[in-house]
Write a protein that binds this ligand. Sequence first.
Ligand code: HEC
Length: 160
Amino acid sequence: MKKLTPKHWLLNGRLLLVLLLLALFAGCSDSDEEALGSTASSGSLEKLFSHSVIQGCGSCHGPQGLESAGPNLTTKASFHASLVGNSRGNYTGWLTTGSACAGTYVTPYSVKDSSVLSAISMQNGTTCSAYNYHTTQNSEISGKALTDFVLWIENGAPAN
Ligand code: HEC
């Protein structure tokens, strides 16, 4: 058997160290990705807001947008404050062309009493006039974004 000289030992030791460090860093970045991607708990506003289609609501519904006199959907806080417990009647200065969705936009714990879903999806079996517009603007929501919207309301529509 070939004997390892001190130099070999050193090299082997370094290689081992490098491998160990690589494994360590690989492990770290893995758990970081998970933390950013999917640890927002189910039913949270944070989880709902992780969807780009929801982040996109504010491009029209915000202080800078065309719909500035309506709900402000640009941030999680304003999304919550604008939708929960409010309806078209809370935005008297908002010049809209279509007829209003009947009822409260978001009623905590009650999906069927949350008319925002009729403006952006078929979830409640009925739609309101804004729905037709939203579908033409890629703002109809379905799939995971819709599931997370429903879960958020069922969870009491929390502020976070
Ligand atoms: C491209 C611009 C645009 C985007 C993006 C958009 N909306 Fe709208 N939304 C509108 C317009 C315009 C109206 C008002 C239609 C009218 O004049 O009646 C409206 C109406 C509404 C209403 C009021 C419905 C009513 O009848 O009172 C709600 C609630 C709403 N949008 C929520 C959302 C949500 C939630 C999103 C994101 C999923 C979204 N919108 C994305 C343009 C947009």
